[in-house]
Design a protein around this ligand. Structure first.
Ligand SMILES: *[C@@H]1O[C@H](CO)[C@@H](O)[C@H](O)[C@H]1NC(C)=O
Ligand SMILES: *[C@@H]1O[C@H](CO)[C@@H](O)[C@H](O)[C@H]1NC(C)=O
Ligand SMILES: *[C@@H]1O[C@H](CO)[C@@H](O)[C@H](O)[C@H]1NC(C)=O
Length: 220
């Protein structure tokens, strides 16, 4: 068998084995239902009868875990939206340029994605209306390694439930604009993230977090 034929056979096998899990497809559809605005049609492939959800835009399934969703990459960046810059830029009202941001709220249905390791929702308007704190239920996504909620205009206390994400390596809750809308009044939850390598809390109000030197000292 030629190398090319072998490669083609392998990729066919990989394709066939990567069919999405029905409960996970339903969870993705419920997430999409929480998105009330999608001006650039970024979730246009996310539909019932839309075939294998592992092929939907931004969804990645694993070969090794029978097609479970392992990553959701829904960052709003201007480049992906057809803009020229690699970075999303803010217009004079503080809105992300390119008009590609998803608008709405993050559905708790994501909790059904039990194998999810990578979640990037950054730079979308998914703070809810009126804006809520980052959802506490995200602390139930026990396999997460990477969580990027930067540039979402949440408001209120960061839930200590994020301290349940004991596999987390990357946590980004920063915003590049605006007054401090989110706050953390105690940071002891950080000490429960032993594998954390990257932490970004810029624009999070820590003025009432008297334990921050201790919490930060406990980070690896
Ligand atoms: C599945 O495995 C193939 C072959 O190793 C690899 O090229 C492909 O990127 C994998 N796909 C996913 C979604 O992991
Ligand atoms: C999170 O996403 C933003 C862009 O939306 C990016 O600039 C930042 O580097 C990301 N953070 C991490 C830890 O990857
Ligand atoms: C997650 O963390 C919160 C607050 O730190 C705690 O009250 C809750 O019981 C934890 N949930 C689980 C499932 O461990």
């Amino acid at each position: 068998m030629s190398a090319r034929l072998l490669a083609a056979t392998f990729s066919l096998v990989a394709t066939l084995s990567l069919a999405c899990v029905p409960e996970e497809r339903d969870a993705l559809l419920a997430f999409r239902d929480g998105v009330t605005g999608d001006p650039a049609g970024r979730l246009a492939t996310w539909r019932r009868g839309g075939g294998d959800c592992c092929r939907w835009r931004g969804v990645r399934c694993s070969n090794r875990t029978n097609g479970h969703v392992v990553a959701l990459r829904l960052r709003n960046d201007a480049a992906a939206a057809g803009g020229s810059g690699a970075e999303a830029e803010l217009d004079d009202r503080g809105y992300y340029a390119g008009g590609a941001a998803l608008v709405g709220a993050i559905s708790p249905a994501l909790l059904s994605l039990r194998r999810l390791r990578h979640l990037d929702l950054s730079r979308n308007y998914l703070e809810g209306s009126p804006a809520t704190p980052p959802p506490a239920f995200l602390g139930g996504l026990a396999n997460l390694r990477y969580l990027n909620l930067s540039g979402i205009y949440f408001s209120g206390e960061i839930p200590p439930h994020l301290g349940n994400l004991s596999n987390l390596r990357y946590l980004d809750l920063s915003t590049d604009f605006s007054p401090q809308l989110t706050r953390s009044s105690e940071l002891s939850w950080l000490a429960r993230l032993p594998l954390l390598r990257h932490l970004s809390l810029s624009s999070v109000d820590l003025s009432s977090a008297q334990d921050w030197p201790l919490a930060v000292a406990m980070l690896p």
